[in-house]
Write a protein that binds this ligand. Sequence first.
Ligand SMILES: Cc1cc2nc3c(=O)[nH]c(=O)nc-3n(C[C@H](O)[C@H](O)[C@H](O)COP(=O)(O)OP(=O)(O)OC[C@H]3O[C@@H](n4cnc5c(N)ncnc54)[C@H](O)[C@@H]3O)c2cc1C
Ligand code: FES
Length: 260
Amino acid sequence: MTNTICRVEYNDYINKNIKKMGISGIEHKREVLPGQFLHIKPGSDYHGLLLRRPISISDVLPSTGIMEIIYLIKGPGTAELSRLKPGDGVDVLGPLGNGLVLDDNVKNLLLIGGGMGVAPLLYAARYYKHLSLNGIFGWRDTGSLIPLGAAKDFMDRVYICTQDGSTGHRGLVTDIFCERVEDIRPDMVFACGPVAMLKEVQRLCTRFGLDSRFSMEERMGCGVGSCMTCACKIERDGNWQYERVCCDGPVFNGQRVVFD
Ligand SMILES: Cc1cc2nc3c(=O)[nH]c(=O)nc-3n(C[C@H](O)[C@H](O)[C@H](O)COP(=O)(O)OP(=O)(O)OC[C@H]3O[C@@H](n4cnc5c(N)ncnc54)[C@H](O)[C@@H]3O)c2cc1C
Ligand code: FES
């Protein structure tokens, strides 16, 4: 993990308010794991954009090593990122976080993603393409959808849904999870998305007796474990304790995450 000025290779719209940025020159000694993220400085201190923004790595291109991020233009930080052009420098800290590491006995992985939470799952699909792999992805509507790109080819079956039915099935990812779990029979679920979705995935995994990993989001400060801004509650030995999303996570055992 290093702090480097990297180069923006491309920064293109892939939906109305969503962009994909390719970044080259990010140094990393270890293999990049799904769920790891980049902590990106969007602008200069002068513009009040001192705080870095955490964005998941959504792909690492094997031919060039370019790392991709997919981000929603939400507030001033991501708006500033959206203005970067090919050839511009960008201050990147990372890859950060633990990432998803699976035991060898996991053979059948189910990815469940909602909204921008689909972004890190795209790299999970590439990284774990040697497994039996299925995906259930959902968005509010077609205007908030993330195109799956190459990730689609790595999965056996992909189920898409939108809440308004404008693309794919009408409904929620958890509806499809309930309908398909008997056919898919996963031995691990990797999920990322809004808290309401994760809560329901957790409840269903308990009901179906499935092991799970969740990639969590919390507001961040330092990104490297020293400020505790990103604390989330994790159950340990029948009790709970605060753990840091930036360095103990963002990937946690899904059945151990305590939602308030
Ligand atoms: C581990 C991790 C991975 C993420 N991956 C992605 C991704 O792949 N794509 C994507 O679009 N977004 C992702 N996010 C959310 C992203 O960090 C925020 O949308 C972004 O920081 C918003 O910044 P802003 O200045 O544009 O918006 P503002 O809402 O104005 O942000 C103000 C402050 O709140 C923080 N903040 C706002 N929303 C979030 C959030 N959801 N999570 C954490 N901090 C937040 C910002 O970092 C900033 O410090 C991720 C967050 C985390 C923690
Ligand atoms: S962001 Fe500072 S400890 Fe996690």
